[in-house]
Design a protein around this ligand. Structure first.
Ligand code: SAM
Length: 356
């Protein structure tokens, strides 16, 4: 059964479904967008696909943590374009777990990690266990792919945008009361009140990621790279229609509800929510920095010296202000430990050392 047929059945049985449920079925259900192909690279690019040096610089981030790092976890590992260059630059004693719910990306990931043997394990979901020593968790563009609810401000308070079916069989947006009070609570905790008619996305799934990591490690560093804004900016009237978009073959698509399973759906991440949620689970956000500055702090300039012209240009794409360099934010969050400021020196510090 196609995702569209499954969603139709769900709606016929119970009436309109939340957008989060629609998105989960369309992206991750059987035959869904992330189950039936390897869309990263085909429909959009991510940093590990743009440059293998992204993985090498992540390896440097891991090396600089030092101490008793035993385990490396990558949430949303995709097809292994970050993992492979990263693992080849790290000591063999480190165990890697790549978590990937997408079936075809997972089989590519497995194939790409074969040369690393038992050092690398591929899983559908985060292993429910505790690990010894310090863990490092990496999530590149994970949060922008988690199913979200859609809400709208009304004169009577918050309403939710559900997905229903029109008489002629199309999926259509339907307004209703919020499916859960968590939606309003999450926005209120950030001091957000939507204006009348203002639409927005609210993701309730980030807590699940932090909860799993918090249970697994007594000490850990979580590095999340994503595009997004602080709540005040994300939910400002400037973004009256919200930020969720459909993508197909590098182009924005107009209709989010058309052809479920055929297009990606992604939205700007609420960085304030990630920081607040992290702190509820005992994490402190030590760096909140643009991708460009983060990679420079890890030694991107020195790395450029010893690589091919093609690699140099690919790394430049990740660093460029006005492009990926500042469109992406890196949150470095620590639990049970803290990193020395020299782990990722600022541009001023690099310039003082003559490396800028
Ligand atoms: C935008 S893609 C990024 C893939 C890869 N990190 C990269 O940068 O190329 C998002 C990935 O997150 C995965 N994903 C979605 N929900 C997840 C979850 N709950 N746990 C782990 N991975 C998840 C998707 O299957 C998809 O591969």
């Amino acid at each position: 059964m196609t995702p569209g047929a499954r969603i139709t059945r769900l709606i016929e049985k119970r009436g309109p479904i939340t957008f989060a449920r629609f998105m989960r079925e369309a992206l991750y259900g059987p035959g869904g967008y992330y189950q039936s192909g390897t869309p990263v690279g085909r429909d959009f690019h991510t940093a590990p696909r743009v440059s293998p040096l992204f993985g090498k610089l992540m390896a440097e981030a891991v090396r600089r943590v030092g101490g008793d790092v035993t385990t490396l976890v990558e949430f949303g590992a995709g097809s292994g374009h970050l993992a492979a260059p990263m693992l080849s630059a790290l000591p063999e004693r480190l165990r890697y777990f790549g978590i990937e719910p997408g079936a075809s990306a997972r089989s590519e990931l497995r194939a790409r990690l074969r040369p690393f043997g038992r050092r690398a394990e591929v899983c559908v979901k985060f292993p429910d266990r505790t690990f010894r020593g310090t863990g490092i968790v990496i999530a590149n563009e994970l949060f922008d792919a988690l199913p979200c609810h859609r809400v709208v401000g009304t004169s009577a308070g918050l309403a939710e945008l559900y997905v229903g079916r029109s008489r002629d069989g199309r999926f259509v947006g339907v307004r209703g009361k919020p499916s859960t009070s968590k939606l309003e609570r999450q926005l209120r905790a950030e001091g957000i009140r939507l204006r009348r008619g203002q639409k927005a996305e609210v993701c309730l799934e980030a807590a699940g990621v932090y909860r799993a990591v918090e249970r697994a490690f007594r000490r850990c560093v979580l590095i999340a790279v994503d595009y997004g804004y602080e709540a005040e900016e994300l939910y400002s009237p400037l973004r009256h229609g919200g930020t969720i978009r459909g993508y197909f073959r590098h182009r924005e698509s107009d209709d989010l509800l058309a052809g479920p399973g055929e297009q990606d759906m992604t939205y700007h991440v609420d960085l304030t929510h990630l920081r607040l949620t992290a702190s509820r689970y005992g994490f402190k956000t030590q760096w909140n920095i643009s991708q460009g500055k983060f990679l420079l702090g890890l030694g991107a300039l020195e790395m450029m010296r010893g690589v091919t012209m093609e690699e140099r240009l690919s790394l430049k794409t990740l660093l460029m202000p006005g492009g990926m360099g500042d469109r992406f934010t890196v949150l470095v969050q620590v639990k049970g430990m803290s990193l020395s400021p020299s782990w990722c020196p600022s541009l001023e510090e690099l310039a003082e050392k003559g490396e800028g």
